[in-house]
Design a protein around this ligand. Structure first.
Ligand SMILES: *Cc1c(COP(=O)(O)O)cnc(C)c1O
Length: 403
């Protein structure tokens, strides 16, 4: 550990949009002796997580778990289903869509990249138009990022599915849900997604180090004919071992203890309640931002992200200077603007293990940070969020539905 000269007291506020706060229950679950990953005890754990993770993706199909960051699962999705030279359709919704595109090109795919202004999600009409033009079905996959973590914009995945169907196009549909899974409503089966990519360190409340592919029957069929070079990521090897709860190589055993606990926590709360909680915290945050007189990067209310809110800095003020002062003064980490919006945007993460008072601590920290950094704003954003949170709490009894 780096020794801090000014060690802060109390808990750090990790309000970047991933990695997120790891709850004590998960930390305690991880803090257990590592077991033999070929022994009988491991099989029980493996079967539990491989089965119980499925409803979180909204699928009855197989989900594979890699000991890798989300980027690994991005690559796995492509090299398991496509062949070098294949054309794919992608959309520049922000930094993460751009990185996935670069990865796709490195593994030999040809990407039709539809430019975007980083303030909107994928336009279903554009998907339909692009696919309708492709009479010979040269496009083998449509790849979208559900929640653009760099912009706080959520693409309407169900509508993109409808657009693919309206164009009567057979392309595979792949969705990155790394910062939306277990935070924003998501339905792999219902929305006809072929490969869903996810990671451990955001809505799933775990440390970084696990990532996922949920695989449709159509994706599995494409896998059989895909000619991409692959070894570590190979679904066939993985799925064969997974049948009995094991892995073809050493899994991240202790993170899987944490995953089992995370699944239990999500099921106890109920997925519908988890999504409602995220929606509510996002709305409270937006009310705070509007009261401050600052602008939300996402322009379309139908695409507001419930995982995070990206906020534009007033011109002449640097978001990174503001973040630096806020971190030093209040031990609050906020997300940076990435690449195209570096210095222009800061991001408030409100996903994962989170509650009303954690949000209020965060928003109070932002408001005090704006003050000490000399950023012009109107006071009372935190108060506006409190009014919303307390009003809703009075009007609505907590829901007990289990998804
Ligand atoms: C965090 C994130 C990634 C990258 O995941 P890593 O675990 O850092 O490899 C990709 N896509 C989205 C949408 C993300 O939020």
């Amino acid at each position: 550990m780096v020794k801090l000269s000014n060690a802060p007291s109390g808990r750090h506020f990790l309000q970047i949009p991933g990695p997120t706060n790891v709850p004590d229950r998960i930390l305690r679950a991880i803090d257990n002796p590592t077991i033999d990953h070929r022994g009988p005890e491991f099989g029980v754990l493996g079967r539990k997580v491989l089965t119980e993770i499925k409803p979180i993706f909204g699928t009855k199909s197989d989900v594979v778990i890699y000991p890798a960051s989300g980027t690994g699962a991005w690559e796995a999705a492509l090299v398991n289903t496509l062949s070098p030279g294949d054309r794919v359709l992608m959309f520049e919704t922000g930094h993460f869509a751009t990185l996935w595109r670069e990865l796709a090109e490195r593994v030999g795919l040809t990407v039709d990249f539809v430019p975007g202004d980083w303030r909107q999600g994928v336009d279903p009409k554009q998907v339909e138009a692009r696919l309708s033009e492709d009479k010979v079905h040269a496009i083998k996959a449509v790849m979208v990022v559900h929640n653009e973590t760099s912009t706080g914009v959520a693409t309407r995945v169900g509508e993109v599915r409808k657009a693919i169907d309206a164009a009567k196009h057979p392309a595979l549909f792949m969705v990155d849900t790394i910062s939306s899974l277990a935070s924003i409503d998501y339905r792999h089966d219902e929305w006809g997604v072929d490969v869903t990519v996810a990671g451990s360190q955001k809505g799933l409340m775990l440390p970084p180090g696990l990532s996922f592919n949920a695989i449709s029957a159509k994706a599995l069929a494409a896998h059989k004919t895909s000619k991409s070079q692959r070894s570590y990521w190979d679904w066939s090897t993985m799925l064969a071992a997974n049948k009995t709860g094991y892995f073809p190589y050493t899994p991240a055993t202790n993170l899987l203890y944490g995953l089992a606990e995370a699944i239990d926590m999500l099921m106890e709360e109920g997925m519908a309640n988890v999504f409602a909680r995220h929606d509510r915290h996002a709305e409270a945050t937006r009310r705070a931002v509007r009261t401050w007189g600052l602008e939300i990067l996402c322009v379309n209310p139908a695409e507001y992200s419930s995982s995070l809110t990206a906020v534009l800095m007033p011109t002449g003020h640097n978001a990174d200077e503001f973040r630096k002062k806020t971190l030093a003064a209040y031990d609050l980490s906020l997300g940076a603007g990435l690449t195209k919006v570096a210095g222009k945007v800061f991001r408030i993460g409100h996903l994962g293990s989170f509650n009303d008072l954690m949000l209020m601590g965060t928003l109070a920290g932002v408001e005090m940070g704006l003050a000490i950094a000399g950023v012009p704003h109107t006071e009372g954003g935190a108060q506006a969020a409190m009014n919303y949170l307390s009003g809703v709490a009075k009007a609505e009894a907590p829901k007990r539905s289990v998804a």
